[in-house]
Design a protein around this ligand. Structure first.
Ligand SMILES: [Zn+2]
Length: 138
């Protein structure tokens, strides 16, 4: 699980394509993805156009809360002095097939395994104005 040194960490990068993703996460405490209104493709990360059929008609839908670890990496040298090492970054495949990156809330790096079932947790404790996506063991 990721732990912080207390000097602060960089916030997620926001732009006009991703702003609504972070806003919905903060306001609803739930993960939402874009879905194409024409072909049904679930899109992540957010973008202005469907990569499958090139439609601009996209809507926001609530994402599944459960998935499995698709891949992960353990950092023994931090990319920022705000993170205590070792820490992990996991790539989780949710039940709808979309994949999203986050940190574990309750598992040490040596407990993590590919295929491990996890649940989405919205973490409001790190920043006053941005929520983060983390995962916990099921
Ligand atoms: Zn589409």
């Amino acid at each position: 699980m990721v732990q912080y040194t207390g000097i602060g960490t960089p916030k997620p990068n926001m732009n006009e394509d991703t702003e609504m993703f972070w806003h919905k996460l903060r306001e609803t405490k739930k993960l939402h993805f874009q879905q194409c209104c024409k072909c049904g493709t679930v899109l992540h990360p957010p973008r202005p156009v469907c990569y499958n059929c090139h439609s601009f008609e996209l809507e926001w839908v609530e994402a599944p809360t459960k998935g499995k670890i698709y891949s992960y990496v353990v950092y023994h040298r931090s990319v920022h002095p705000g993170f205590q090492t070792p820490y992990e970054v996991v790539l989780v495949e949710l039940e709808n097939g979309a994949r999203i990156v986050g940190n574990m809330l309750d598992a040490a790096p040596d407990e993590i395994a590919i295929g491990m079932p996890v649940e989405v947790v919205v973490d409001d404790q790190v920043y006053e104005d941005v929520s983060l996506i983390k995962f916990k063991k099921i």
